[in-house]
Design a protein around this ligand. Structure first.
Ligand SMILES: NC(=O)c1ccc[n+]([C@@H]2O[C@H](COP(=O)([O-])OP(=O)(O)OC[C@H]3O[C@@H](n4cnc5c(N)ncnc54)[C@H](OP(=O)(O)O)[C@@H]3O)[C@@H](O)[C@H]2O)c1
Length: 285
């Protein structure tokens, strides 16, 4: 049996991906969780998963962690600005280890987007192509949780603020992306595949309507210019650079960058993508 490794396995997406591989019948002894902080993966070790320690910044530790790994799910680093260096370290370690495929969690529409997060994903995709190891690009849209996790704030304010206009977002839950990643990794597919992964699209006025309907508390969406949105974020305590960054993410949504009509996600899942209304209900606890 091949050995599967997941980086970032102590994180939210990575942990779900480990569980999805096991649920799909991969023997626990064949699953390697690559983590920076082993104590955060104690639950995985308790299940029998091999937990190996490696920081994305440490080529030597990555080399040891990926020894004997056939199929790798490289979950993008959460350290903006360091991602290309981190991912390149992982790709080189996997190549040296003789890994036969690297699946990488990229960003939707990576070829044509103004999303300020996209540059590091584009460079990583280029590094994968240059490495010559077969790869699978899992170009994930937004997590639905990016919004669902702010439910309490939306309800308190009665308002969602943004600068996304009527831009639509084909968000999906982490659970769905994790299941799709596991399915893609298990597919007998040695060609270089690109999946554009997202669910049914909604815009922020629709998100407000869904939240209002599910909770019974009226919530409206207020659309601001990018500059005004950044200014409001600064008023709430965000630093200038972060506020501009968040506002630029909404500008990218307004540009249509986070919308897709691709059915890749539901095809990998083998069932419909979790609807927004279910994700909002789940966030209500
Ligand atoms: N599509 C979206 O909407 C969206 C939203 C947020 C993030 N993302 C991207 O998707 C990735 C996974 O999302 P998530 O929700 O699972 O994020 P998460 O819960 O924050 O998990 C991030 C994981 O990356 C690990 N990590 C961070 N820096 C590392 C380093 N230097 N070396 C080794 N491991 C390191 C963390 O390890 P520790 O447990 O030790 O901290 C953790 O396991 C994120 O990292 C980010 O690139 C996408």
């Amino acid at each position: 049996m091949p050995t599967y490794a997941i980086t970032g396995a102590s994180g939210q997406l990575g942990r779900l991906a480990v569980h999805e591989l096991l649920a799909r019948g991969v023997p626990v002894a064949d699953v390697v969780a690559v983590v920076r902080t082993p104590s955060r993966a104690a639950d995985l070790a308790d299940r029998g998963v091999q937990v190996r320690e490696a920081d994305y910044a440490s080529p030597r530790a990555l080399g040891a962690a990926l020894d004997g790994v056939d199929q790798l799910l490289l979950i993008s680093s959460s350290e903006a600005g360091q991602r290309v260096a981190h991912h390149t370290n992982v790709i080189q370690a996997a190549k040296t280890a003789g890994t036969t495929r690297i699946a990488y969690t990229s960003i939707l529409n990576a070829d044509n987007t103004i999303n300020p997060l996209a540059g590091e994903h584009q460079e990583t995709e280029q590094a994968l192509r240059a490495a010559g190891v077969p790869f699978t690009l899992l170009r994930n849209d937004w997590y639905t949780e990016n919004y669902a996790d702010q439910l309490g704030q939306y309800l308190e304010d009665g308002e969602i603020l943004g600068a996304a206009g009527r831009g639509r977002i084909s968000a999906a839950t982490r659970q769905d992306y994790a299941a799709a990643a596991a399915a893609a990794l298990l597919q007998d597919d040695d060609g270089n595949r690109t999946y554009e992964l997202g669910g049914p699209a909604f815009d922020l006025p629709e998100l407000a309507r869904v939240i209002s309907a599910v909770t019974g508390t009226p919530v409206t969406y207020t659309d601001l210019s990018v500059d005004d949105y950044a200014a409001r974020l600064i008023q709430t305590g965000l630093d200038d650079a972060s506020a501009r960054f968040v506002a630029a993410l909404d500008a990218s949504i307004a540009n249509g960058d986070l919308q897709t009509t691709s059915r890749d996600l539901e095809q990998l899942l083998g069932h419909p993508v979790t609807p927004l209304v279910d994700a909002v209900r789940a966030a209500c606890g």
